[in-house]
Structure formats: C-alpha cells, structure tokens
Design a protein around this ligand. Structure first.
Ligand code: HEC
Ligand code: HEC
Ligand code: HEC
Ligand code: HEC
Ligand code: HEC
Length: 239
C-alpha cells in the first residue's frame, strides 16, 4: 500500500478520481481489518519514554501552558517536543538530584537532544497541520483525549480516515473561539464550573452540541471562511 501513496507521485490524484470504482474490494476490506485491530491503533495504551513525564502534574497541577513545551503547535504543522533546555529551566532547581531526571541532565550536559518516543503519527501520504485546527478553536482534547489528566500519555484516537472525516463533514459541531483551546485547561485547573461541552472534553468524551450551539458553530465557520463543502475532498488530506 505504501508505495501507491508516495507523496512525490501523482498516482494518488488519479486514484482519488477513480476511487470508488477502481479500488479492489478485497484490498479495502483487508485494509480496514488491519487498521481496526488493537495492535495497530493502540488507543488508550501508555508507552515507554526515557523520562516518566506527567502531563497531569505539569499541566493540571502546575498550570503550564501547552505552548511552553509544544512551542510551534499554534503556528505550524508540527506541535513538536520540548528541548531539554525547556525542562532544565525549572529542573536545574526543582528536583535537581532526582534519578528520574538523569537522562535530562545528561542530555543537557552533553548537548545531545533527548529522543522522545513518537506516539501519534499519520502515514506519509496524509497531510496534517496543527495550526489550522488550533486556530479554529478545536481543542487538543478532541483529538488527543484528556491530556491534562494523563500521568503517562496514551493515544486518544486512532486517527483513521473516517474519524477525520466525521469532523470534516460536521465542523459546526467543533469549531469555536480560539481562546477556548487554552482556557479549557485554566478552568479545569482552577476548578471552575464547566459547560457540558467543556466537561465532556475534560474527560475526552465526544460531545454533541445542542441546536443553539450548532448555530454558533455555523457562525464561526462563516467568520473563519471555512469552505465546508470542500473539507471532505480527497485532495485536502492527500496532496
Ligand atoms: C512541561 C512540558 C510540557 C507541557 C506543558 C505539555 N507537554 Fe505535551 N509533552 C511533553 C513531553 C516531554 C512529551 C513527550 C513525552 C510523553 O509522551 O509524555 C509530550 C507529549 C505530548 C503528546 C504525545 C506526543 C506524541 O508522540 O504523539 C501530546 C498529544 C501532548 N504532549 C499534548 C499536550 C497538550 C495538549 C498540552 C497542554 C494541555 C501539553 N502537551 C503540555 C511536554 C509537555
Ligand atoms: C515550569 C517548571 C517546570 C518545567 C518547565 C518542567 N517541570 Fe518537571 N516538575 C516541576 C515541578 C515543580 C515538579 C514537582 C516537584 C514536586 O513533586 O513537588 C516537577 C516534577 C517532575 C518529575 C517528577 C515526577 C512527578 O511527576 O512528580 C519529572 C520526571 C519531571 N518533572 C520531568 C520534567 C520534564 C521531562 C520536563 C521537560 C519536558 C519538565 N519536567 C519540565 C516543574 C517543571
Ligand atoms: C484535529 C486534531 C488534532 C488537534 C486539535 C491537535 N492534534 Fe496533536 N496531533 C494530531 C495528529 C493527527 C498528530 C500526528 C501528526 C503527524 O503524524 O504529523 C498529532 C501529533 C501531535 C504531537 C506529536 C509531535 C508532532 O508534532 O507531531 C504532539 C506533541 C501534539 N500532537 C500536541 C498537540 C497539542 C499540544 C494540541 C493542542 C494545542 C494538539 N496536538 C491538537 C491531531 C491533533
Ligand atoms: C474536530 C474537527 C476536526 C478533526 C478531528 C480533523 N479536522 Fe482537519 N480541519 C478541521 C477544520 C474545521 C478545518 C478547516 C479549516 C479552514 O478551512 O479554515 C480543517 C482543515 C484541515 C486541513 C486543511 C489545511 C490547509 O492548510 O488547508 C487538513 C489537511 C486537515 N484538516 C487534515 C486533517 C486530518 C488528516 C485529520 C485526521 C487525522 C483531521 N484533519 C481531523 C477540523 C477537523
Ligand atoms: C480529512 C482528511 C482525509 C480526507 C479528506 C481523505 N482522507 Fe484518505 N486517509 C486519511 C487518513 C488519516 C488516512 C490514514 C488512515 C489510517 O492510517 O488508518 C487515510 C487513508 C486513505 C487510504 C488508505 C487505506 C486506508 O483506509 O487506510 C485510502 C485509499 C484513502 N485514504 C483514500 C481517500 C479518498 C479516495 C478520499 C476522498 C474521497 C480521501 N481518502 C479523503 C485522511 C483523509
């Protein structure tokens, strides 16, 4: 499958046009079986990191903003991982002798970046961009689950095509004010009263907006000039 979708080739453009008719049924069935198995998706399974970093501790208890560590998330395609310098801005003073933080100190002293294990990844033939989603007010938790409550990060969603498309076909159920993305964590941390939508997101549960909320969503789509009728086009994600 992989070589059919080499980004450099335009096979995909041709494929997309022929899509429904041309793809062998067996292949499609095979692929969907494959992508649905727990082994591939690993949703909900924590994974090994060189340092047992806790989002629950740093985000929810200490109140550190996502952008302090994932600096490019609202500006570019990639969210990125923090450099050791970011950790050491605090950990040269706090817990500076902890054995848990030895890999961080070593990376800092030797000036060799720490290698975080990548958990969330879409295949090379899929184009994804963080900033466009963040800047439409879509919460990290919509895609990544209840990050602020995770001791160890696990996958919130499998990022299968039909999951992306569910939102691309009904974006009014998700878009909103950009501030929403960051204020959600501040409200959770302060223990403020949450709206039903915020309360669902805090738990990483999919929320269905009320008719009034959907109307607001439609207004945001207009404000952002989102072309809803083109969002499910193959060429949006397969370029
Ligand atoms: C103090 C630094 C720090 C802050 C603040 C922080 N993160 Fe992270 N984040 C990390 C580190 C380090 C990793 C890699 C280690 C891990 O997976 O736990 C990571 C990993 C992740 C991952 C998984 C990356 C992958 O490989 O797929 C997601 C998703 C994520 N963070 C989202 C968030 C969100 C959302 C926020 C804000 C609510 C946030 N982070 C705040 C440091 C931080
Ligand atoms: C803004 C300051 C700050 C930054 C930046 C920061 N930490 Fe921490 N970290 C703390 C504090 C405060 C504690 C808690 C000490 C305590 O238990 O009272 C802590 C605790 C920890 C612990 C101990 C385990 C735990 O959860 O109790 C680990 C491991 C850790 N941090 C790793 C990291 C890593 C890795 C980074 C960089 C990605 C990082 N920290 C960035 C402030 C920070
Ligand atoms: C619309 C869904 C969506 C939203 C919203 C979203 N992410 Fe992601 N995130 C993804 C996907 C998809 C990937 C895999 C990207 C890839 O393979 O290039 C990813 C990967 C990551 C990674 C791994 C490193 C990287 O840059 O690929 C981190 C860290 C991360 N996201 C943090 C965040 C943070 C922080 C937020 C909120 C400020 C956020 N994400 C919001 C879907 C999303
Ligand atoms: C929760 C809703 C939501 C989810 C989930 C989501 N998207 Fe989007 N995405 C949007 C919205 C809304 C836009 C339109 C932004 C605009 O046009 O202003 C968009 C735009 C895009 C764009 C166009 C970017 C550009 O530069 O024009 C790409 C590519 C994209 N999404 C890929 C993905 C992929 C791949 C996934 C699944 C891994 C995904 N999206 C999941 C809501 C979502
Ligand atoms: C919103 C983003 C998005 C749009 C729009 C989109 N796709 Fe995909 N597509 C994906 C993602 C993400 C994957 C990877 C799925 C996985 O790994 O499970 C994928 C995978 C595929 C695959 C590989 C087989 C599979 O199911 O894993 C085919 C074939 C495909 N897409 C065809 C299309 C066609 C044809 C269209 C237009 C009708 C289209 N896609 C529109 C996101 C998108």
């Amino acid at each position: 499958m992989a070589q059919i979708f080499r980004p450099s080739s335009n096979t995909f453009a041709v494929l997309s046009v022929l899509a429904g008719a041309a793809l062998p049924v067996g292949l499609i069935l095979g692929m969907s079986q494959f992508t649905r198995s727990g082994y591939v998706t690993k949703v909900g399974v924590p994974y090994e990191q060189p340092v047992p970093f806790s989002h629950e501790h740093h985000v929810n208890e200490l109140g550190i903003d996502c952008r302090y560590c994932h600096t490019s998330v609202a500006k570019s395609a990639q969210a990125g991982y923090p450099s050791t310098h970011t950790c050491m801005s605090c950990h040269s003073q706090v817990w500076s002798n902890s054995p848990l933080l030895e890999p961080i100190r070593e990376s800092y002293v030797k000036n060799v970046p720490l290698k975080w294990t990548v958990l969330n990844k879409v295949p090379d033939f899929v184009y994804f961009n963080h900033s466009i989603h963040i800047n439409r007010g879509i919460s990290c938790n919509n895609c990544h689950g209840p990050i602020q409550a995770m001791q160890m990060v696990y996958k919130g969603n499998a990022f299968q095509m039909r999951w992306c498309l569910e939102c691309h076909r009904n974006p009014e159920n998700y878009v909103g004010d950009q501030k929403f993305v960051w204020e959600l964590y501040q409200k959770i941390q302060r223990g403020d009263q949450l709206t039903p939508e915020e309360a669902s997101l805090a738990k990483g549960i999919q929320y269905t907006r009320t008719p009034e909320e959907l109307k607001k969503g439609e207004e945001w789509l207009q404000k952002y000039h989102v072309k809803k009728d083109q969002l499910a086009d193959c060429s949006i994600c397969h370029r």
